[in-house]
Ligand binder design. Structure first.
Ligand SMILES: Nc1ncnc2c1ncn2[C@@H]1O[C@H](COP(=O)(O)OP(=O)(O)OP(=O)(O)O)[C@@H](O)[C@H]1O
Length: 252
């Protein structure tokens, strides 16, 4: 089932005292199922803000973000106020968000980092069938990100790259239909960063969901399916490619 993301004419204006600023200006983007789209651009160009809007964490001044799951009705992710119960429900049901800082709970094991939100979300008797299902899933995800043996460790006992992998696994616990990733490898050395980017790429292809990956890192961006650039809130348009001889109909 194809899940498709459509960012439609997003504009964000903010007022700072008596100054009005346009942070995002008529940004439109499409991301296909299984596609990992990179967004890059100078600092302050609006990348994280666009991600926050797609993640229901900020409301645009105008425009919409539509998630079309393969087997259901289209969902407008900009419909509700970010602090509303409805927006929280959309995040829980449809979105996986990976922020730069893993922000792992220092006193919880790696396995429990994946399970803690499930505990808060709904009351599940420990040891019951539903809870065992979630635990199995957390184990499977940790194995999938190469941390199968480390579920019992505490965050302080993991390297930065391993913590970043926990961060990714945690975002997949709710089987998201859209993955939003903000500079996941900024704090990592090049080798660890590439491992995490390859992992994300594999997981997105396997889950066949659309994903957006914000980064400044040219080496990581080169690993993605497609990259677009934001500059001063405007999406840079690539010049159309020169037509090939065949397209231009030229005869030799
Ligand atoms: N609600 C808001 N009120 C005022 N300014 C805002 C608001 N939201 C975003 N901004 C401003 O919008 C601009 C874009 O910020 P954003 O964090 O999206 O940029 P970025 O491209 O992700 O930068 P970086 O690469 O440094 O993380 C910044 O100048 C930020 O201060």
């Amino acid at each position: 089932m194809n899940t498709h993301l459509s960012i439609n004419n997003i504009t964000l204006d903010v007022t700072d005292g008596s100054t009005h600023r346009r942070i995002l200006d008529d940004v439109s983007l499409q991301v296909d199922s299984g596609e990992l789209l990179g967004i890059t651009g100078p600092s302050g160009s609006g990348k994280s803000t666009l991600l926050a809007i797609a993640g229901t964490l900020q409301k645009p001044t105008s425009g919409s973000v539509t998630l079309q799951p393969g087997d259901g009705q289209a969902i407008d992710l900009t419909e509700y106020s970010p602090s509303s119960r409805q927006a929280a429900a959309l995040r829980r049901r449809y979105l996986g968000i990976v922020f730069q800082q893993a922000n792992l709970f220092p006193s919880l094991s790696i396995l429990d980092q994946l399970l803690v939100m499930k505990r808060l979300d709904r009351v599940m008797p420990l040891g019951g069938k539903a809870w065992r299902g979630e635990k199995d899933k957390a184990h499977r995800l940790l194995e999938h990100v190469g941390l199968g043996e480390l579920g019992h460790r505490m965050p302080g006992q993991l390297s930065g790259g391993q913590q970043a992998r926990v961060n990714v696994a945690r975002a997949l616990m709710n089987d998201p239909q859209l993955l939003l990733i903000d500079e996941p490898t900024a704090a990592l050395d090049s080798e660890a960063a590439t491992t995490v980017t390859h992992l994300i790429r594999r997981l997105v292809a396997e889950a066949q969901i659309p994903a957006i990956y914000v980064s400044h890192d040219a080496e990581q961006l080169a690993e993605l399916d497609r990259v677009v650039t934001l500059r001063d809130g405007i999406l840079e348009q690539k010049a159309p490619a020169e037509p090939t001889l065949a397209q231009s109909g030229a005869c030799l």
